[in-house]
Design a protein around this ligand. Structure first.
Ligand code: NDP
Ligand code: MG
Length: 388
């Protein structure tokens, strides 16, 4: 039976890969809704190719009004929503699958809006679990919504845990490519430009997550994501650098065996699995040739190269509003680095300094989490303006 699909963040790297999955399985998915921030050119093409009944455009700035009106005229059968409320309204439509793939903290509110109306949330927006993991997992259970991860590491672990007894799992091990700066001499890290940091060796992703991969902040966020998703203690989540990006993650059982999930480094693969779960589908996105790959490399995460990893995991352990605050501080720092106003090595310094000023709430409700996000942005911007 055809499944209805809403894609939040359709014009992004994950959104485009998801539409590739849709096109690869004709008749299986009906694109019901698409949402983006402001990329109307690409949205226009996506509407033409996939025929959604509703679209939402988050940006409602005046400079886009003419282009938006022209788009509405061109697609008279499509309902257009705008603003953050419009994106949340789209998300609250009933659907079989909602793919949450907006980048950053902006993804949380519409993902919450999908609870109870989407049968399944396919989650790429890790910030949802970083910011509000405990609350979100409880709400999922209360509303009977199914959650399937899209992040490649979590998708791998999700598959590996299938059929394993939880008391036999010793720990999970997330793999990290090490990012674009893994071979950069430590003394040169403060000379890294946005162009250098954006050149990821194996994955083609949005700019924010690519910078987070270079600092390993992304892996820290993924540790928090895994903690909530799989209900596993922080001390049973390991991280190992694996430059080849072939092993997407691992599960170690109590007998010492390590089960590794290998596959091509293409996000269409975990997206396909999140859509088709519990089925395994024939993958049209390429296969591994182990003879060509030859060998696989693993190494430790050097804390001198990647101080963000420890900082992020400590924030996860602190819990409450701390991870949401840290995430927002990092978003501000990364944006500022991309504008070349701070150094690459300043990103983690700014986040650390900002975190020191946060008065955490240990048992927040959802509005306190949004408040921590706002506070972090203000404080972090102040630190950048006055102290950097
Ligand atoms: P991109 O930057 O490529 O795309 C972001 C998407 O979100 C775009 O469609 C963008 O619209 C939209 N968007 C941004 N802000 C808003 C907003 N305020 N309201 C509505 N839409 C918005 O990001 P990625 O696809 O790389 O990442 C998306 C999420 O998936 C992130 O949380 C990331 O951590 C996660 N993820 C990504 C992976 C990857 O391989 N890319 C891997 C694993 C997880 P517009 O184009 O109009 O700006
Ligand atoms: Mg990942």
């Amino acid at each position: 039976m055809t499944k209805s699909l809403i894609i939040l963040g359709s014009t992004g790297s994950i959104g485009e890969s998801a539409l590739r999955v849709v096109s690869s399985f004709p008749g299986e998915y009906r694109v019901q809704g698409l949402a983006c921030r402001s990329n109307l050119k690409l949205l226009d093409r996506q509407i033409g190719e996939h025929g959604p009944s509703i679209v939402a455009v988050e940006s409602d700035c005046a400079s886009m009004a003419d282009e938006l009106n022209a788009l509405k005229k061109k697609h008279p059968g499509v309902e257009f929503l705008t603003g953050t409320d419009g994106v949340a309204e789209l998300a609250s439509n009933e659907s079989d699958i909602l793919l949450s793939a907006i980048s950053g903290a902006a993804g949380l509110r519409p993902t919450l809006a999908a609870l109870g109306s989407a049968k399944r949330i396919a989650l790429a927006n890790k910030e949802t679990l970083v910011m509000a993991g405990g609350l979100f997992m409880k709400m999922l259970r209360d509303r009977g919504t199914e959650l399937v991860p899209v992040d490649s590491e979590h998708s791998a672990i999700f598959s590996l845990l299938d059929g394993k007894r939880r008391d036999e799992v010793e720990r999970i091990i997330l793999t990290a490519s090490g990012g674009s700066m893994r071979d950069c001499p430590l003394d040169d890290l403060d000379r890294v430009t946005p162009e250098m940091a954006l050149a990821h060796p194996t994955w083609d992703m949005g700019s924010k997550i690519t910078i987070d991969s270079a600092t390993l902040m992304n892996k820290g966020l993924e540790v928090i994501e895994a903690h909530h998703l799989f209900g596993i203690d922080y001390d049973r989540i390991g991280v190992v650098v694996h430059p080849d990006s072939i092993v997407h993650s691992m599960v170690e059982t109590v007998d010492g065996a390590i089960y590794a999930h290998m596959g091509v480094p293409d996000m269409a693969f975990p997206i396909m699995n999140a859509f088709a779960y519990p089925q395994k589908r024939r993958n049209p996105f390429g296969r591994l040739d182990l003879e060509k790959i030859g060998s696989l490399r693993f190494g430790p995460c050097d804390p001198r190269r990647y101080p963000a990893l420890g900082l992020c995991i400590a924030a996860g352990k602190a819990g409450g509003t701390v991870p949401a605050y840290m995430n927002a501080a990092n978003e501000v720092a990364v944006e500022t680095f991309l504008k070349k106003r701070i150094l690459f090595t300043d990103i983690v310094k700014v986040v650390e300094r900002s975190l020191e000023r946060h008065r955490a709430d240990g048992d927040p409700d959802i509005e306190s989490i949004f408040e921590a996000d706002r506070e972090a942005r203000k404080t972090t911007q102040n630190i950048i303006d006055k102290e950097m």
